[in-house]
Design a protein around this ligand. Structure first.
Ligand SMILES: [Zn+2]
Ligand SMILES: [Zn+2]
Length: 647
């Protein structure tokens, strides 16, 4: 056996290292500075301890805080650190599991008859900091099942014993840091000293294994960072996000409401929210019309048979509302618009000359999300989707797919979305016929087509294995709000399977029947999620074209009401959404209230304005802009709205 192994790096470079070196050793051989940042290592696609010896030729990526694998390892290791602190404060505590989550980590613990409060969290933070400073190594140990069972039986932790039952002998590892040993698959960061800033954020109840028949455990949440500065920034972001919470703003601004009698996850759009919906639909219709789309309208329900053909039944049944029975036939609320659109395609004969056919609809869909998963407008049960399906030939695919991507980017500009990433989700060879349509060649072919379009169009994208849709590869679009929070907006999917399931055909140039490719796309996602995002993104201060009320006219006293009404008429004639504040309040109060409602423009009218046929203009966020003639203002605002200006 050779004493040297070949390590392949992400850039393709291959270097030789002595067998048994760790990723951390390899990082050190590059630079000490790099080594200080290495949290874990991606070895042949698996995340490993950076301190684990590498004994064979591998592909290696060193993982830092900037990699999800690195960050998750950091947070999961912090859960172990928290467990160590908990055990020192609550001797005899029993542990279930402690995974990383989206922003931090938690551990589910059984404190027996003790309880934990906010004050304890602060004490735990101090204890964790102390243990972190000891810079204890996370050491990995392979252990037999028998020994592992013995260890936790002695400790009296029935939860770990339960976990052990499901594990195979020869595949069990313990990790120890300081005085704490846990049953864990790993990986972990090299030592506790990497953890420099700690915040325990929340205490909640969680049923063991998520089953409410089981005992309720205590779930303790926390978040940690490699530096205090990062924690401070995170807490500030949290504060800002709280102010921008779409549920809070949605209520204050009269955008949407939920009602118990209507049902969970079913948003009621109030007049102000409906204005935004209509503006978004107007934008979509204009854009799609210009791009050669045709609009269709389809019912909200369909017979069982349609979804059997599409494959939604039985594969997607858990996400659908239960059926209703009518005249001996089962009907389902539609969870997707696709099958209905396919039927519209099938209703007429098509030749290659008619393609691409682009069918668009702001379709209403119903999905069954578990009540625990529902969240404001972000996770709902009724959604309005900016949907369309493009039926095209293989030759037309690249151009169509690119046009769809261009449309996304055009929208991002309009909404001031500066940061976005497109994620190309691919199939997994092992799961063909299970999770993915069993068409290995078509998968590779369509994936290559998509990759080529993205590369040629210079669109930033990342590839992920085993995340594709059932019937083809897809692009998931992640966007970031102005305060840097990430949202999944929409997907753009390629589908080579549904066409065949629905026996969709067109006559090709050789007069033969051929199945079209289908592109599913929804660049504006759903009204629910997109408006939820916009509320946070704009902090409720919508650009004028989207603002429910664009102008508020504030007469200084009742004396000027007639003039105010004249101004209102002028604005309304030009399709500007304007209102008069006709309360007999002081002007200062009227201004403050209008500001709270985040109306873009206020026109203050009093003696001077009436005499000069003007209005004093105040702009949201900018203050007093001085007096202007009403016509001049009108011209400006009409242009601003027409151009859908961002600011
Ligand atoms: Zn662990
Ligand atoms: Zn679709």
């Amino acid at each position: 056996m050779s004493e040297y192994i070949n390590i392949t790096f992400p850039d393709g470079a291959v270097r030789q290292f002595p067998k048994g070196k760790t990723a951390l050793d390899i990082a050190k051989s590059i630079s000490e500075g790099l080594a200080r940042k290495i949290l874990a290592a991606d070895v042949n696609g698996q995340v490993w301890d950076a301190t684990r010896p590498i004994n064979e030729d591998v592909t290696l990526k060193l993982l830092t805080w900037d990699d999800n694998g690195g960050k998750n390892t950091f947070w999961h290791s912090s859960a172990h650190l928290m467990a160590e602190a908990i055990e020192s404060m609550f001797p005899g505590v029993k542990f279930w599991v402690g995974p990383p989550v989206e922003n931090g980590f938690y551990y589910d613990v059984d404190l027996g008859d003790r309880s934990i409060n906010e004050e304890d969290l602060r004490k735990l933070e101090v204890k964790m900091a102390e243990l972190a400073k000891q810079n204890n190594f996370y050491t990995r140990k392979e252990i037999s099942k028998k020994e592992a069972i013995q260890f936790f039986a002695e400790k009296g932790d029935e939860y770990k014993l339960d976990l052990l039952q499901g594990l195979e002998d020869g595949n069990i590892t313990f990790y120890t840091q300081g005085g704490f040993t846990d049953l864990c698959r790993g990986p972990h960061i090299p030592s506790t000293g990497f953890i420099k800033a700690i915040k325990l954020t929340n205490i909640a109840g969680a049923y063991w294994k998520g089953d409410e028949k089981n005992k309720q455990l205590t779930r303790i949440y926390g978040v940690t960072f490699p530096s205090q500065k990062q924690l401070d920034e995170y807490l500030q972001l949290l504060e800002e996000a709280k102010k921008r919470d779409h549920r809070k703003l949605g209520k204050e601004l009269g955008i949407f409401t939920m009602d118990d009698d209507v049902g969970p996850g079913l948003a009621l759009w109030m007049p102000n929210g409906t204005v935004i919906i209509e503006e978004l639909e107007k934008l979509a219709k204009e854009t799609e019309l210009a791009a050669g789309y045709k609009r269709v309208v389809t019912p909200h329900i369909a017979k069982e048979n349609l979804y059997l053909t599409s494959g939604h039944l039985p594969y997607y049944q858990d996400s659908m509302y239960p059926p209703m029975e009518l005249e001996g036939v089962k009907y389902y609320l539609k969870s997707m618009n696709c099958p209905h659109h396919h039927k519209i395609f099938a209703a007429e004969q098509h030749s290659y000359k008619d393609l691409p056919l682009r069918l668009a609809e702001y379709g209403t869909c119903y999905r069954y999300e578990q009540s625990g998963e529902l969240f404001g407008l972000m996770r709902v049960r009724c959604l309005h989707m900016n949907d369309a399906h493009i039926y095209c030939t293989a030759e037309q695919f690249a151009q169509e797919f690119r046009a769809v991507n261009d449309m996304y980017i055009k929208y991002f500009k309009i909404f001031g979305i500066e940061k976005y990433v497109m994620r190309l989700s691919l199939h997994s060879k092992e799961k063909l016929g299970v999770k993915y349509v069993n068409e290995p060649e078509l998968w590779l072919e369509t994936e290559a087509m998509v990759r080529k379009v993205m590369t040629e169009a210079n669109i930033p994208f990342v590839e992920v294995q085993d995340e594709g849709a059932f019937y083809g590869p897809k692009i998931d679009v992640q966007i970031w709000s102005t305060i840097g929070r990430e949202f999944t907006l929409a997907t753009n999917q390629v589908d080579f399977a549904q066409g065949r399931r629905f026996k969709l055909e067109f006559t090709n140039q050789n007069n033969e029947a051929e199945t079209p490719l289908i592109i599913h796309r929804a660049p504006l996602g759903t009204h629910e999620r997109f408006i939820g995002f916009l509320l946070e993104h704009y902090a409720g201060k919508f650009p004028t074209w989207l603002a429910p009320v664009q102008v508020k006219i504030l007469p200084i006293s009742d004396k000027f009401m007639d003039y105010a009404k004249d101004v209102l008429q002028k604005l309304k004639k030009a399709d500007i959404r304007a209102e008069i504040d006709d309360r007999s309040e002081k002007i200062g109060k009227k201004i403050r209230d209008t500001e709270l409602m985040k109306v873009p423009y206020m026109l203050v009218v009093g003696e001077k304005e009436v005499n000069e046929n003007k209005a004093s203009i105040r702009r949201q966020g900018k203050g007093d802009l001085g007096a202007k003639s009403v016509d001049e203002f009108l011209n400006e605002i009409v242009t601003e709205v027409k151009e859908r200006r961002g600011d």
